[in-house]
Design a protein around this ligand. Structure first.
Ligand code: ASP
Length: 318
């Protein structure tokens, strides 16, 4: 019994974080609840859904309440979850619900589909009993207004903050703005007392993006992936994460190496390509892993009764 690898790791986005204490407090709440459930014999899926739901309800983060808006001021949220046996559920561009991750869970448990989008996703949520809910906050409106007022210059400034050494966005990053400097996509990965793995990710998307754009947080293998060798949740520039199937890339590598090595290799490659990227995960043995190319990533974990938060991070390996 004591050899159980039980644990949970959560993130609340990668970028430059000013209010670190507030980000850490929100993470602590989510991690503690996920861990408490795991201790009470909840399975990994139940733990990650509970943790992500708590973070979606925190207006500080870009997921659920507080979601970032499209260029025309709309809410379109992405969320997904996956278990190590390959069960998956996702919603893309959903609006009018409080907790996209709970709808994604229903897609997994109540339908034959993997991913439901847009109006169809909202209609499905209503059928499942989810009430209409407005997640727009004043802070999200202000963030969008900055984009509208300053246009691409604002994104340029944010990119300079994300890469203080002055690295410009790569040509392959395309025409889309890169994610803002204040981040808040959320994710959780857990391993339960039976050694089963699950992952959940939820995002309000990148501020000021085009309407209809879907990010990696809804996509199997991109922002969310679990397999028998491990489970990973990603955050950062969704287009680049999708292009490279980064969550799956890390988990695939875990077949032949510890999670921490797999993570280090993929993060180093992302850094060379100047991608804004961060990820968390567990390998099948309960080995925890995390990494980011951005100045900060809000993350924390609890294993063997000990809580660790990113605010304790002393040394960043470059
Ligand atoms: N990955 C998210 C997206 O591209 C944003 C983020 O993680 O900050 O929608």
């Amino acid at each position: 019994m004591n050899s159980s690898p039980l644990g949970i790791v959560c993130h609340a986005g990668a970028g430059t974080i000013d209010d670190k204490a507030a980000y850490a407090a929100g993470l602590t709440e989510a991690i503690d609840e996920g861990y408490r459930l795991l201790r009470q014999s909840a399975n990994a899926m139940e733990a990650v859904v509970a943790a992500v739901t708590i973070m979606e309800d925190n207006p500080l983060y870009d997921a659920g309440t507080g979601s970032d808006l499209t260029i025309d001021g709309q809410v379109e949220m992405d969320a997904s979850l996956m278990t190590q046996e390959g069960r998956f559920g996702g919603v893309a561009g959903i609006t009018g619900v409080k907790n996209p991750i709970l709808v994604a869970q229903k897609v997994m448990t109540e339908t034959d589909h993997l991913l439901v989008c847009g109006l169809g996703a909202t209609e499905f949520a209503r059928k499942m009993g989810f009430e209409d809910y407005n997640v727009v906050t004043e802070r999200a409106r202000t963030r969008l207004q900055k984009v509208v007022d300053h246009g691409s210059k604002y994104f340029l400034k944010m990119n300079q903050q994300r890469f203080p050494d002055g690295a410009p966005p790569t040509p392959e990053a395309g025409a889309l703005p890169q994610p803002g400097s204040k981040m808040g996509t959320v994710g959780a990965v857990a391993i339960d007392k039976h050694g089963n793995l699950a992952v959940a990710t939820s995002s309000g998307g990148i501020v000021g993006r085009m309407r209809g754009r879907v990010g990696d947080s809804a996509i199997l293998g991109a922002g969310t992936y679990a397999g028998l060798s491990g489970a990973v949740s990603c955050t950062g520039h969704g287009e680049e994460i999708m292009r490279r199937s980064l969550a799956r890339d890390i988990v695939e590598r875990m077949k032949t190496m510890p999670g921490s090595t797999a993570m280090t290799l993929v993060v180093a490659e992302a850094r060379r390509k100047k991608l804004a990227f961060g990820a968390i995960g567990f390998d099948a043995r309960g080995g925890i892993c995390y990494g980011h190319t951005t100045p900060d990533m809000a993350y924390g974990y609890k294993v063997a009764e000990r809580l660790f938060l990113f605010t304790e991070e002393k040394l960043r390996i470059r």
